[in-house]
Design a protein around this ligand. Structure first.
Ligand code: PLP
Length: 422
């Protein structure tokens, strides 16, 4: 089969862009003209609906990655698409030079969903993290009395918060970090889950602790029970902000609106992204109380696209979908099927299963193959997934996946492990 690019004389497209390209030509163009900063599996997606993805040869797959949780509600959720379509016909971009009629309502609805007073709209996850870092530093200087230019922030080993120069400065992933220096100062890394180390690292100039409540890229690592509450009480007692990066863990994935809820912890700042854009547009946000976000005054931070009406309309539909707890409940029930099934694969070469809700990091016996090899073979069985590191794969199907399809995915992994053992 072939990929048909839009062909409409009305749009005045050049003949070249209206051409029909073969799958091989699409792959060649990607390889030749796109920087090689990713190493995708050789599947060319042409279409997707719900949890199903179709390639250019018409082959169907179950999406067990969901755009790293950006597609929590699946591909083309009708409520999200309808919100986007309606807004496309109204107005899509105003810049923040003017008000638009979607931003205020979106902010109010998102704040109500997560229980905070204010939000700062941005676009990508990394921008939300950068913005959170800026806000925390400003809060430190203006509210806490930290000495000028001496603010520090505590981060965790194994973190993943994005790809900007500041963020990769405190990444301990060699590929993400190497040759991008000089690195931004002001970050102190402590072992994830070690409250004593965090306590020792905090000093009078510490403005915040930045943590993923579950570390996604590290392999869906859940901290020891009680750790997040300990971080909460430590940060309270030392007058340090607790900033939770819920960009991958938040918005339903773990069976709660926010992963922090599982430990009844309320951080000072939530960083949200990915699923907030409904799989349609990049939407991210820093959400906190007015005593924190109130440090920002006109001209001190911004983004041309942040808070644009299309993003806000989509974001509002996402918030609406999360309001009644339906998808959170689905993540819990489907997640329990997923985790029970994965545990049963221990006899076939699964050495560890971590995660919460419909989210799992699965370690495979390295003797059987790399995570990439497992994902390549899973695609052969019609399941799309992604390795994290070494022999660890990550499973995060959309929350709209049918129960039987979760079992299909687990069975496919069983077949892959069996094939690899032969
Ligand atoms: N924070 C976390 C926890 C993430 O998992 C990611 C992306 O995977 C980011 C931040 C960065 O998000 P983005 O790729 O949208 O910049």
């Amino acid at each position: 089969m072939t990929t048909r690019l839009p062909k409409s004389p009305d749009l005045g497209l050049e003949p070249e862009s209206a051409a029909v390209l073969s799958t091989a030509e699409v792959l060649h163009a990607t390889e030749r003209y796109v920087a090689h900063n990713y190493h995708p599996l050789d599947i060319v997606v042409a279409e997707a609906h719900g949890a199903t993805v179709v390639d250019t040869d018409g082959r169907e797959y179950l999406d067990f990655l969901a755009g790293y949780s950006a597609l929590n509600f699946g591909h083309g959720h009708p409520v999200i698409l309808e919100a986007a379509r309606r807004q496309l016909e109204q107005v899509t971009l105003t810049s923040r030079a003017f008000h638009n009629d979607q931003l205020g309502p979106f902010a109010r609805e998102l704040c109500a969903l997560v229980g905070k007073e204010m939000m700062l709209p941005m676009n990508t996850g990394a921008e939300a993290v950068e913005s959170g870092i800026k806000v925390a530093r400003k809060w430190g200087y203006e509210r806490k009395g930290v000495r000028p230019d001496e603010a520090n922030m505590i981060v965790a080993a194994g973190n993943f918060h994005g790809r900007t120069t500041t963020i990769i400065s405190f990444s301990d992933d060699d590929e993400a970090h190497r040759n991008y220096g000089p690195y931004a100062p002001g970050f102190r890394t402590v072992p994830y889950g070690d409250i004593g180390a965090m306590d020792a690292a905090i000093d009078d100039n510490t403005v915040a602790v930045l943590l993923e409540p579950i570390q996604g890229e590290a392999g869906v690592v859940v901290p020891p029970a009680g750790y997040l509450p300990e971080v909460r009480s430590l940060t309270h007692s030392r007058n340090v902000l607790f900033m939770a990066d819920e960009i991958q863990s938040g918005l339903g994935r773990t069976g709660a609106t926010l992963a922090c809820e599982h430990e009844a912890v309320v951080p000072d700042i939530y960083l949200l992204g990915k699923a907030l854009g409904g799989g349609v547009v990049p939407v991210s946000a820093v959400v906190a109380d007015a005593g924190i976000l109130g440090v920002l005054q006109p001209g001190q931070h911004g983004s041309t696209f942040g808070g644009n009406p299309l993003a806000c309309a989509v974001g509002r539909s996402v918030v609406a979908l999360l309001k009644d707890g339906h998808y959170q409940a689905r993540a819990r029930s489907l997640g329990s099927i997923l985790h029970t099934g994965l545990e049963q694969l221990r006899s076939k070469g699964v050495t560890a299963v971590r995660g919460r809700g419909l989210w799992a990091g699965v370690d495979i016996d390295p003797g059987l193959g790399t995570g990439r090899e497992v994902c390549r073979r899973l695609a052969g069985y019609g399941i799309l997934s992604k390795e994290t590191h070494g022999s660890t794969i990550r499973l995060a199907p959309p929350l709209v996946t049918a129960e039987a399809d979760i079992t299909r995915g687990v069975d496919a992994l069983g077949s892959v492990l069996q094939d690899l053992a032969m």
